[in-house]
Design a protein around this ligand. Structure first.
Ligand SMILES: [Zn+2]
Length: 349
């Protein structure tokens, strides 16, 4: 049973259910599961205007190329409207807390009035010309900190500046495509692209994406690694033996399917290693909706208690947040504790 302050709507107490309350006034009953609101651990809300604008399944390079093509075709009003709608949808989908990547200041006005708590990560990238000074200017916004985009798009100086910039967690796109590992071996589509346009990397001596992580980031800085499609046991051993601060592994299965048609089975590797798994939607440029429930359906054979821990507790701890709202999960198989195709979410608080 959950007791909520009638005025402030604050959660006062969570205790086990007592049958005597059946006739007590003010007690509302719900069937199914009462659960804290979800944490979306990876989103780019400012890309919401690109819903449906990019074709599915073309692979990562085609995705990046289409992004560049369609980006300028939308007005500021269209972008703001799409952002507002996405914020509303996330709230209705039971999402309370969002780790949101920002490249500009277009999302902060909506964030200021949203019931959702956002942590914004100003994303540093650029091999030739870096945006680090602009990103620093974005950190004047509430709850906004610097992060490197990835281990393949940021030169050494910027990377170490960002890693030593504050104590906040870093949120890094990690091993989303095979090309990332191959770049460090001087081959693959990223290496070919970089050499075609004349980008030189000053970090390839690290030897691998995972090595770059452990050689660049202080052990006591918490990291959130996003995507992890091509993570290996060797990567996990290296990373987990380096960090003393917690490491969080974000899975965005529907975005991976949208961009590359891949269904990474890395979830089993992460579970076997007992790692902190969390869930993200990525952006509407690479997803049909911003729904954590829809992401969880990709793992519907796994125990529901575990899925809910990924989608709530792990993310909240990663961002140093407390549970805020309450949602009612209806239509789950409560005997087997599994999601079903009929499972839905209703926000209660
Ligand atoms: Zn992303």
């Amino acid at each position: 049973m959950i007791t909520v302050d009638a005025e402030s709507r604050e959660i006062l107490c969570i205790e086990s259910y007592d049958n005597n309350l059946d006739t007590t006034p003010g007690v509302e009953f719900y069937s199914g599961i009462l659960c804290p609101g979800f944490v979306n651990m990876h989103c780019h809300s400012e890309l919401s205007y690109l819903r449906g604008a990019i074709a599915e399944g073309g692979g990562y390079a085609a995705f990046a190329a289409s992004m560049a093509q369609v980006r300028d075709k939308f007005s500021d009003e269209e972008r703001a409207k799409a952002l507002q709608k996405a914020d509303r949808e996330m709230w209705d989908e039971g999402i309370d807390i969002v780790a949101d990547i920002v490249n500009d200041n277009s999302s902060f006005a909506i964030k200021a009035t949203s019931p959702i708590k956002y942590h914004s990560f100003a994303e540093v990238f650029g091999l030739k010309r870096s945006n680090i000074e602009y990103c620093k200017s974005l950190t004047i916004n509430p709850n906004t900190t610097l992060t490197p985009h990835s281990v393949y798009s940021v030169q050494s100086d910027d990377f170490s500046q960002v890693c030593n910039s504050s104590a906040a967690p870093l949120s890094i796109h990690f091993k989303e495509s095979e090309a990332e590992e191959l770049l460090f071996e001087g081959r693959g589509s990223l290496a070919e692209w970089y050499s075609a346009v004349g980008f030189e990397c000053d970090f390839l001596h690290c030897g691998s994406p995972a090595r770059r992580i452990v050689e660049s980031i202080p052990a006591d800085r918490s990291v959130i690694l996003v995507h992890n499609c091509f993570v290996t046991q060797e990567d996990i051993d290296l990373i987990m033996s380096h960090f003393t601060a917690p490491v969080y592994w974000v899975l965005c299965p529907r975005s991976n399917r949208y961009i590359s048609g891949i269904v990474p089975d890395v979830v089993h590797l992460l579970r076997r290693n007992n790692l902190n798994i969390t869930i993200g939607t990525d952006s509407l440029a690479s997803n049909h909706s911003l729904s954590i429930l829809e992401e969880l359906r990709c793992f519907d054979t796994l125990p529901l208690e575990e899925l809910l821990t990924w989608a709530t507790y792990n993310g909240a701890v990663a961002l140093g947040e407390k549970p805020r709202g309450i949602i009612n999960i209806c239509g789950a198989d409560l005997k087997a504790m599994k999601l079903t195709p009929q499972t839905t979410i209703k926000r209660i608080l």
